[in-house]
Design a binder for this molecule. Structure first.
Ligand code: PMP
Length: 411
């Protein structure tokens, strides 16, 4: 068969430029801002020195001297790369030591690390669920949970955000009637929730979720990305925060936010770890962490226990920052954690607010559709333990001045 060409001059990927133009026309196109200094309470972004309220560096560990030293020592001793996936030749003593430290820290039987929190979710969910199972998910779960569910063969049901009664109703129906196609009971049911929701900073109603799950024999999976290092004793996460140790079967954590480095992990049973090593695709098919990453993470877990004042400072600053923003007339939504949204509504207004703050030396990123609903555009600020009272006061004074100038709060 001969191919008849139509228009050979046409770029077959021309739609990409069209999509970009469309995003720009809708003011939804977000250029990257570039940091030319270390992460920290004050950093340099696009050449400007700014107070940073935009990182997930809750405890200031990204630049902690003990973590830097641990990373440097690992580079000297083990080089810069692991050279293979974990299942071939990429498992080093430091990877296993980190997992053993994390298991002790989390009071769980076993831990397996992944390259990121994202890959932990996309690796674990399809491994532990299949056609015969059901996944029940909070409506506002993170993108990586959603992708993990898409990669699973299991059917899924979504309950309205934090609605434990609706969750109970889904579980009851699933337990009584079994699979939707009438082919019998589910092999297992997995309830999946973020521990702390990343856009609004609210905490999952874990006690109610666990109770509902226990009533119907379901397992609970908590993604503690924003709770790791923030909630619970020494930052052990939402399960520790609510005193639910031993009652949540799968805990995912991240090493990329409060822990200050990079990575994700799954804490659970030894059998879970053993199965993930055999089956979880990012674990099997993507190279393991450089030794410096694993060594710095090990040191971070020690620092979190040796320096309890970091978490105390994080929560004290969070309380003060939120109270002051409310006093100034800003709407900080339903946050219960250092994630402090400042709801503006209109996407253009949110972007303008963020840009003006940036010109005035305060880095507070805007978050707009599709990450949040169109009328919920916002600045998303995160308080960190590294910010001093003086930094926070300067930021608050700038929010007040620019907020009035742009009519976001009453002048
Ligand atoms: N889960 C949640 C709830 C998150 O907020 C994030 C990060 N935005 C992740 C997972 C992914 O974590 P990581 O950055 O380690 O890939």
């Amino acid at each position: 068969m001969t191919h008849t060409s139509t228009d050979v001059t046409r770029d077959p990927l021309a739609f990409i430029a069209d999509e970009i133009a469309d995003l720009k026309a809708k003011h939804l196109y977000r250029p990257l801002r570039v940091m030319s200094a270390a992460q920290g309470p004050v950093t340099t972004v696009d050449g400007r020195e700014v107070i940073s309220l935009s990182s997930n560096d809750y405890l200031g560990l990204t630049h902690h001297p003990r973590l830097r030293e641990a990373a440097l020592a690992a580079v000297r001793d083990f080089g810069v790369g692991s050279g293979a996936v974990r299942t071939i030749a990429g498992t080093m003593t430091v990877h296993e030591a980190l997992e053993s430290d994390l298991a002790k820290f989390k009071h769980s039987e076993a831990v397996l690390t992944f390259q990121s929190g994202f890959t932990a979710n996309t690796g674990v969910i399809p491994t532990i669920t299949g056609e015969a199972d059901l996944i029940v998910s909070d409506a506002l779960n993170h993108a990586s949970i959603i992708d993990g569910m898409r990669l699973s063969k299991a059917p899924r049901k979504v309950f309205p955000h934090k609605d434990v009664d609706a969750l109970g109703a889904i579980l009851r129906e699933a337990a009584v009637h079994g699979r939707d196609d009438g082919s019998g009971p589910y092999r297992s049911i997995l309830v999946v929730t973020d521990g702390v929701f990343s856009m609004d900073g609210d905490i999952a109603p874990l006690p109610g979720i666990v109770e509902a799950a226990e009533s119907y024999g379901a397992a609970v999976f908590v993604d503690d990305a924003h709770a790791s290092g923030v909630l619970g004793k020494a930052g052990r996460g939402s399960v520790s925060h609510f005193g639910l140790e031993g009652r949540v079967q799968v805990q995912v954590g991240t090493l990329s936010k409060a822990v200050g480095v990079l990575g994700g992990y799954v804490a659970g049973s030894q059998a879970l770890r053993d199965l993930l090593i055999q089956r979880a695709r990012p674990f099997l098919f993507s190279t393991s962490h450089p030794p410096a990453v694993a060594a710095a993470c090990r040191e971070a877990i020690k620092v979190m226990q040796d320096e309890p004042w970091l978490i105390e400072r994080l929560w004290a600053s969070t309380a003060r920052f939120k109270a002051e923003l409310a006093r100034l007339g800003f709407d900080t939504g339903r946050s219960e954690t250092p994630i402090t949204p400042i709801i503006v509504g209109d996407p253009d207004a949110a972007i303008r607010f963020s840009n003006r703050l940036f010109e005035e030396g305060v880095f507070a990123t805007s978050v707009v559709y599709p990450t949040v609903p169109m009328d919920q555009s916002r600045l998303r600020t995160i308080v960190t333990a590294a910010l001093t009272d003086e930094h926070l006061d300067r930021a608050l004074e700038t929010f007040d001045r620019v907020g009035r100038e742009l009519g976001i709060i009453a002048g």
